[in-house]
Design a protein around this ligand. Structure first.
Ligand SMILES: [Zn+2]
Length: 163
């Protein structure tokens, strides 16, 4: 008889990495997502070494371009475990309406700071300035960025050539 039965009770497969199964009764407090990611990184690094792939650093955003308008942006995981596409750069917090202000924590997590103004600058969601969406009417800054993205996505007619 093999110990396979015991093995399936205490462990399970997740991709190509064998991970210890969580206990039925957790004996510790909930762990912030940033800490949980740090705990998993050694397993990912070992899997990457075996397969010859690279593991991205979770503190750096997954840079991409918006598939609707082509603007540069970066994906960040939120506190709630969802993903938020943030525009690059920071803006004076007072020019961004409350509820649309974002900060990126040291572990790369995007945090909506509501109406708070902990520092002078904040990030914004790309969805607030994506030209596929209606233009924002509650902030001249967001409207200016929306127009910039609209011009990049769909440039106007070229200026006539000088003769
Ligand atoms: Zn877009």
């Amino acid at each position: 008889m093999t110990d396979r039965g015991t093995d399936t009770v205490n462990r399970y497969w997740r991709g190509s990495t064998r991970v210890a199964a969580p206990s039925a009764r957790p004996s510790r407090d909930p762990v912030p997502i940033g800490r949980a990611v740090e705990d998993v990184l050694p397993f990912l690094a070992a899997a990457a070494a075996r397969t010859g792939t690279t593991v991205p650093d979770p503190r750096t955003p997954a840079t991409t371009t918006c598939d609707r308008c082509g603007a540069d942006a970066g994906w960040h995981r939120t506190v709630g475990g969802r993903w938020m596409l943030l525009d690059p750069g920071t803006w004076p917090t007072g020019t961004v309406p409350p509820g649309r202000r974002w900060r990126v924590a040291g572990d790369g997590t995007a945090v909506n700071i509501g109406g708070a103004n902990p520092t002078d600058r904040c990030r914004i969601s790309h969805f607030d300035v994506c030209p596929v969406n209606p233009p924002p009417s509650d902030s001249p800054l967001l409207l200016g960025l929306w127009r910039r993205n609209a011009e990049r996505a769909c440039p106007g007619p070229a200026a006539p050539a000088a003769h």
